[in-house]
Design a protein around this ligand. Structure first.
Ligand SMILES: CC(C)(COP(=O)(O)OP(=O)(O)OC[C@H]1O[C@@H](n2cnc3c(N)ncnc32)[C@H](O)[C@@H]1OP(=O)(O)O)[C@@H](O)C(=O)NCCC(=O)NCCS
Length: 239
């Protein structure tokens, strides 16, 4: 049985979240406006810190974008991101690996149109589906993108995907961002598992999937008529 912490400050509560393995521990950053809380809910109330199960439930049910990790913010794309996004999706080193195969975005103007289409689609997607930018907290630079979408042809399996600007590979940003997004996705009703697919030679993507805690479930050609390695993480793997 859990015994209540001696201190009853909200900082103590945040430390408990951290100890329980939450990536997104900066509750103030996540919930900047108390008025956004549902009527009658008190996030920093006494029960919040004396019962960790309630903490966890409250935390999960109110977990909302943007997500904040130690080094990153995961947020919606904006039109102002065209230049940074072009450094990602304008690079054939990135698009070469995507599934289905995607031509590199030709120029910044084309990137602006792509971002506009993503922005328009986003409100119509049922969470946890969506596309997000990954921004460095230190200087606000956009270093990558994340997506969750339904895999064709049956549109039953949710795919988590990640892309980083090539200059930003090797710092663990995809792992850190994807872990936070996975936790958020599992806080959404009805989301019990997420998949990632990678070409067999995409060793970086496969290593990231494993770092996130995904397990290999097999090889398939069912999604894009491409031979792909399939990885999966289930709600129980992270909760
Ligand atoms: C897949 C992709 C995002 C992986 O990038 P990445 O930087 O290797 O990913 P990670 O975030 O997992 O970082 C791991 C690397 O950072 C290093 N690292 C440094 N600090 C780290 C930290 N705090 N945590 C984890 N890894 C860290 C690791 O040692 C590892 O380096 P290594 O590969 O040289 O050994 C990138 O290669 C990419 O954008 N590829 C093209 C698109 C793509 O294939 N996407 C997947 C299919 S949609």
């Amino acid at each position: 049985m859990y015994s209540a912490p001696a201190s009853s400050s909200s900082d103590t509560a945040e430390r408990h979240l951290e100890q329980r393995g939450f990536t997104q521990i900066s509750t103030r950053a996540v919930y900047p406006a108390r008025t956004e809380f549902p009527a009658g809910q008190e996030f920093f109330g006494a029960s919040w810190i004396t019962c960790p199960d309630r903490v966890e439930r409250a935390y999960r049910s109110y977990m909302t974008l943007p997500l904040t990790t130690d080094r990153l913010v995961i947020r919606d794309w904006t039109a102002d991101d065209a230049e940074a996004a072009y450094q990602i999706y304008g690079s054939s080193d990135v698009t070469h690996w995507l599934t289905p195969a995607m031509d590199r975005v030709a120029d910044e103007a084309a990137m602006r149109s792509v971002l506009q289409a993503w922005q328009e689609a986003q409100p119509n997607l049922i969470p946890p589906r969506g596309r997000w930018a990954v921004e460095l907290r230190s200087d606000g630079r956009v270093v990558g993108g994340l997506g969750i979408r339904l895999l064709p042809p049956y549109r039953e399996d949710l795919e988590l995907s990640w892309q980083l600007r090539p200059e930003e590979w090797g710092h663990g940003y995809a792992t850190e961002a994807a872990r936070a997004l996975v936790e958020w996705a599992f806080s959404q009703d009805g989301t019990d598992e997420l998949f990632a697919v990678a070409r067999p030679s995409n060793s970086r993507a496969i290593a990231t999937a494993e770092r996130i805690g995904m397990s290999w479930v097999g090889e398939t050609t069912k999604y894009y008529e491409l031979r792909l390695q399939v990885y999966r993480i289930r709600r129980g793997d992270v909760v």
